[in-house]
Design a protein around this ligand. Sequence first.
Ligand SMILES: [Zn+2]
Length: 182
Amino acid sequence: MSKASNAELPRAVDPYRLAEQNTVLEGDIPLIGLPRFREVVFGFDDGAVCRVRLSFTMDSQRRRIVSGELQVPVDLECQRCMNPMRETLTSDFTLGLVTSDEQAQQLPKELEPFLTDDFSADLWSMCEDELLLVLPPFPLHERNACPAREDLEAYEPESEPAKPETPSGENPFSVLAGLKTK
Ligand SMILES: [Zn+2]
């Protein structure tokens, strides 16, 4: 993860023009630039970035589309032990650019609308929305990696507890099975 960082992803763009020109944008967004995301994660490395690849296209209906791939390493809070756990969040999304709710309703259902007031969009905020969508609601360490696993095992033992002996020492079900064959 100590790779030299890419260029920063441009923030304010005209997404319509980019779509008409079939543009691909690649770059990083520093996580300190994503205040809503920053607030909901446990933490991240100094200088951590979200890697972003966005491609702007027009489909056969001349709809303007932006598809994106995001990747970001962050620490989430394990909901069992409340310690940080490292996770790489990824997101793949396809959005249809619209300027009104009316247009948004006309999009086919495989396209989520991306509403922009005018011909400018805040790409950082758009990516931040997508990251918030892929955030796991209930992050948990792998069971064996979780410091709280011993507490947990006290409540749900993995090995079957010894069964109480039946008075006769026989399994009552085998008695029943024996009756049936008579
Ligand atoms: Zn844990």
